[in-house]
Design a binder for this molecule. Structure first.
Ligand code: FE2
Length: 289
């Protein structure tokens, strides 16, 4: 996972081992975004291969969208905060992502899809996370889990804490996304100023928190993490998050590391270079159907 070390006692409160800022990038047909995982400062965080934050109220920054492109060997997860995005693929699946929608797409053996804005102006904001698949599942049948905003449960506490559970569980409430190989946790946590919440995390899973509004204090040392910073967490069975002076909002994501070789080429993520060559050959031969 690059140069950041996460090893520590596993029956302990997690702490922040690195706070990393993303860097500007462009993908698809010129969509401006911030690449947080998948850049030199954090090449990956097994099983997570990429995290992009997109957020702009200027249509020119996103209007080109992501026209038809292939994927093989991993999963793409889109979480919309604002705006509308239509997706379609070469198998006839179509859907509309709205604010609060989650799409967990398992590309498996291969899919060709597009993700295009359904608006020409106004705020478009959200995240795309790439989650690796274990070798045994890389050639599985493609699958979508399209979750409408109404079906994402929200845990609201009297102290003002609000936690949306996309996958995994918080306070005994389970998220709607199921049967993911890396047994992930994905929470969207809003914290008023000075309010703390303890979050249970599987002790051996890699985890990060990305603050996208305000600030938050995170981990055993209550490190202040600013908007736009990703906190890589040490191992441990839980983490405490606390709203900063003006409150904060963050995503907290964890998953079982695969510890398998990674061979990456653009939208293909396999275990060996030979498998990458096969993916390119299959795509060019029209076998992603
Ligand atoms: Fe895609």
């Amino acid at each position: 996972m690059g140069q950041v070390r996460v090893q520590s006692a596993t029956n302990a409160e997690r702490r922040v081992v690195a706070a990393i800022r993303g860097r500007p990038a462009s993908d698809g047909a010129g969509v401006k975004l911030t690449r947080v995982i998948g850049q030199p400062a954090l090449p990956d965080l097994d099983p997570f291969l990429m995290l992009d934050e997109f957020g702009s109220d200027k249509g020119a920054d996103y209007i080109g969208g992501f026209p038809d492109h292939p994927h093989r060997g991993f999963e793409t997860v889109t979480y919309m905060l604002a705006g509308r995005m239509r997706h379609g693929d070469n198998q006839g699946n179509v859907g509309l992502l709205r604010p609060g929608s989650v799409q967990w797409m398992t590309a498996g053996r291969g899919i060709i899809h597009s993700e295009m804005p359904e608006q020409e102006e106004g705020l478009m904001q959200g995240f795309q996370l790439w989650v690796n698949l274990p070798a045994k599942d890389k050639m599985t049948k493609p699958r979508y889990q399209d979750i409408d905003p109404e079906n994402v449960p929200v845990v609201e506490r009297a102290d003002g804490t609000k936690v949306k559970v996309l996958v995994g569980s918080f306070d005994g409430v389970r998220g709607p996304v199921t049967d993911v190989a890396t047994d992930p946790l994905y929470l969207d946590i809003t914290l008023p100023a000075g309010v703390k919440a303890g979050v249970a995390v599987a002790a051996e899973h890699n985890a990060f928190a990305y603050v996208f509004e305000g600030t938050a204090r995170i981990g055993a040392e209550a490190q202040l993490v600013e908007r736009g910073q990703l906190a890589v967490l040490s191992l441990g069975d839980g983490v405490t998050v606390e709203g900063g002076p003006k409150g904060g909002r963050l995503i907290l994501v964890a998953g079982r590391p695969l510890r398998e070789p990674v061979a990456k080429y653009g939208p293909f993520v396999m275990n060996t270079p030979a498998e990458i060559h096969q993916a390119i050959a299959d795509y060019q031969a029209g076998k992603f159907v």
